[in-house]
Design a protein around this ligand. Structure first.
Ligand code: C5P
Length: 361
């Protein structure tokens, strides 16, 4: 069996999971703060943030996909091979661009349109939720995506979970709930009172986001693991298909707003788009890339465990940064989350992935 990819001897699987846990904590805090620290009519446009996220992620994936092209496929024009001279680098470059273009526009690229649309909806819902719920409530209720993900993995990937793994999922949900009892009182300072919040709207958004997260993640995993295509090419395809739904609110809503206000679309798009907004987008871009790695090198269910660990991390960060008290319920909840994670990994799924017999078309 081939050795799993690693960095400095540590399997990439674990590096990506821990990185994702840290990224998730940072994103929850920064996104919430970026939305509620200013009065409602001074917040930046979530549609712009989602669009920028897709453009930046797509561009980064494009560069990585290009750099990963196998040089052994570089074709040498007959005129060059005949006289055994290396072709000019511009020839090699153009050849690779053409090859990458062909990979991106492969006949099965349409498969990415489904997770792309779901992720754009989810990324917009996340802003609604983060604007209407406090950090702790948002983070904990968002963990329900672990259960939707497990359900979709069983349904679509025919993944078999052992009884121990089902039990660990239950423990995880309980642990998350217990941490919530504690963290319910611990709100990250968010300039309370500046921004009116609507918890019911936030809750609806987060529940819908849990469904799109589970379905999109599992669908992406299915496409990725049922073909030989490079992860970064898949990411470019995902971003390309995301552009249309991400552009829709910009074209239909923001353009009308710009016309009514007599301002340019650019001004409307980037109104109030300050450092916190850019930081949110940056962390989200990074998160999208790490998520793709996690889905490739482990799976969506383990991804859920990484994000639930992020609850513990954000709470510890709040203790360090904002002087919160660690209580017994917090330690208990975190311990249950950690034990659940350990338990899930005790019995690796025997039939971890039953490849679909029928290709996805
Ligand atoms: O909450 P969840 O883990 O489902 O969030 C996944 C996030 O990762 C979404 O914001 C999605 O846009 C992003 N993603 C990505 N590229 C992938 C898979 C997910 O950017 N290949």
């Amino acid at each position: 069996a081939s050795t799993p990819p690693s960095l400095g001897g540590i399997p990439l699987k674990y590096i990506s999971l821990v990185t994702l846990a840290l990224q998730n904590s940072a994103l929850t805090i920064v996104m919430h703060y970026s939305r509620v620290s200013t009065p409602e009519n001074h917040t930046y446009s979530a549609a712009t943030a989602v669009l920028l996220n897709e453009i930046l992620k797509g561009l980064i994936s494009l560069v990585i996909a290009f750099l990963r092209l196998d040089s052994s496929h570089d074709t040498m024009p007959a005129s060059y091979s005949a006289i055994q001279r290396a072709p000019p680098s511009s020839q090699i470059f153009l050849g690779r661009v053409r090859r990458l273009w062909r990979d991106i526009l492969s006949p099965d690229c349409w498969k990415l349109s489904i997770p792309a649309i779901l992720y754009v909806i989810q990324n917009n819902l996340q802003y609604v939720a983060a604007s209407n719920l406090d950090v702790a409530t948002f983070q904990v209720t968002y963990q329900m995506k672990i259960l939707t993900t497990a359900a979709f993995s069983v349904l679509l990937l025919r993944k078999k979970l052992s009884p121990t793994q089902w039990l660990s999922l239950l423990f995880l949900a309980i642990g998350v709930g217990v941490v919530q009892i504690q963290s319910g009182n611990a709100k990250v300072p968010a300039a309370a009172g500046v921004h009116s919040i609507n918890p019911l709207k936030g809750l609806m958004a987060v529940i819908a986001a849990c469904f799109t997260s589970g379905l999109a993640g599992v669908y992406f995993e299915m496409v990725l693991k049922n073909s030989q295509a490079d992860l970064w090419v898949r990411n470019v395809q995902l971003s390309l298909f995301s552009l249309l739904p991400a552009l829709a609110p910009v074209i239909f809503v923001q353009r009308t707003e710009a016309t009514l206000a007599g301002e340019s679309l650019f001004t409307i798009l980037f109104r109030n788009f300050g450092a916190w907004a850019w930081l949110t987008v940056g962390i989200q871009v990074f998160g999208g890339l790490v998520t793709a790695l996690v889905i490739k090198y482990s799976d969506n269910i383990l991804k859920g465990f990484a994000t639930s660990l992020s609850i513990v991390i954000s709470f510890l960060a709040s203790v360090a940064l904002f002087d919160f008290q660690i209580t017994f319920t917090f330690v208990l909840g975190s311990a249950i989350v950690l034990i659940a994670t350990w338990l899930y990994n005790q019995q690796p799924t025997r039939v971890s992935m039953v490849m679909l017999k029928e290709p996805l078309n």
